[in-house]
Design a protein around this ligand. Structure first.
Ligand code: GLV
Ligand code: MG
Length: 338
């Protein structure tokens, strides 16, 4: 039987990253919908051209009594909709639930040819990915599906974070990882009850000015997710896959949503989940490079000629390493413009 390995080009000798190439497709916002909800399902054809990724969610937020309706709703939508350039993903139920196997057995034969990525929640180690990988290989072979369905893991347990490197490299099907801040907070016994974002109590204060301990201090709110996002980004880059911030649950707080998404973007993430149409333009803006930064990046690249040595531009020293940084921004802008 063909394994997923056969579908991908071999490792590029000497290439830093990515170590293997999945063709670039924008995925700045992974827009979640509940296929068991007829009102949401009816909006899918209109929504498809407005987002990079549409994801039919079968897991948390879908009631146990609606699992079958969500599955069959997704099959109907998958068959009836022309997704154009938009990717179709699904989030299946977790592997320790009674539903995950039926999710795969139903979806792959019915709409496997249209499914780009299967998101697997609560992944704890490479064995979870191996299990899904083997099942997909069998189901694809049986259904005659030529293009491999890729796998995306949610990082949302303390054990998953501890094993993030082995998860990222567990299969050539691996497409990326998302931070799952809500489940991760519960798993770690953190004391936040929000879905993503910060907490007003997680603060640092600046040192007091002079001897006055009660005034003259500034308070900064810290990013609860900095460590995990940075760790996830390193594991993804080392394995040639893509990192994503996950959900931001306070739909009304568009400012905090944008701030959280931007922090993730600046740390290397390529996208985030959108849980509501209001979050679609936020993700599009944040995960597309700022035009002024693209102009600056192109200027540095041009002035650095063959990319070696050093030049001063507007009083700032640029060298071989800054050209590499600038290429990241310029290449992302070019890829998104295509
Ligand atoms: C997402 O699934 C989360 O738990 O945050
Ligand atoms: Mg979760």
């Amino acid at each position: 039987m063909r394994s997923a390995k056969d579908f991908f080009r071999p490792l590029a000798v000497g290439a830093p990253t990515p170590v293997r190439e999945i063709p670039f497709r924008p995925s700045r916002m992974i827009h979640f919908f509940d296929p068991s909800n007829p009102k949401m399902a009816a909006k899918v054809p209109d929504l498809a051209p407005k987002v990079d990724v549409l994801l039919g969610n079968l897991e948390d937020a879908v009631q146990a009594s609606n699992k079958e309706a969500a599955r069959s709703g997704l099959v109907d939508i998958g068959k009836a909709t022309d997704f154009g350039d938009t990717q179709l993903w699904t989030r299946i139920n977790s592997l320790d639930s009674p539903w995950a196997l039926d999710d795969l057995l139903t979806l792959v034969p019915a709409i496997g040819g249209k499914l780009d990525v299967i998101m697997v929640p609560k992944v704890e180690g490479a064995e979870d990915i191996h299990y899904v990988d083997r099942l997909l290989a069998q189901l694809e072979a049986k259904a005659g599906i030529e293009r491999p369905i890729l796998v995306h893991a949610i990082l949302e347990t303390a054990t998953g974070v501890a094993n993030v490197e082995e998860i990222s490299g567990a299969s050539p099907r691996m497409q990326g990882l998302s931070l799952g801040p809500a489940d991760l907070a519960a798993s770690r016994r953190m004391k936040t009850t929000r879905v993503g974002g910060g907490h007003p109590g997680y603060l640092v204060r600046s040192d007091p000015i002079g001897d006055d301990l009660t005034s003259g201090r500034t308070t900064y709110q810290q990013d609860l997710w900095h460590y995990t996002v940075a760790r996830m980004v390193d594991a993804c880059v080392a394995n040639g896959i893509l990192p994503y911030y996950g959900p931001f649950g306070d739909i009304r707080d568009v400012v905090a949503c944008e701030d959280q998404f931007r922090n993730a973007y600046l740390l290397g993430c390529v996208g985030a989940w959108s849980l509501h149409p209001a979050q679609i333009p936020i993700a599009r803006k944040v995960f597309s490079p700022d035009p002024a930064e693209v102009r600056w990046a192109r200027r540095v690249i041009a002035e650095m000629g063959d990319g070696t040595g050093a030049v001063m531009i507007d009083g700032k020293m640029q060298d071989d390493a800054s050209v590499k940084q600038c290429r990241v921004v310029a290449e992302l802008a070019d890829a998104l413009a295509e």
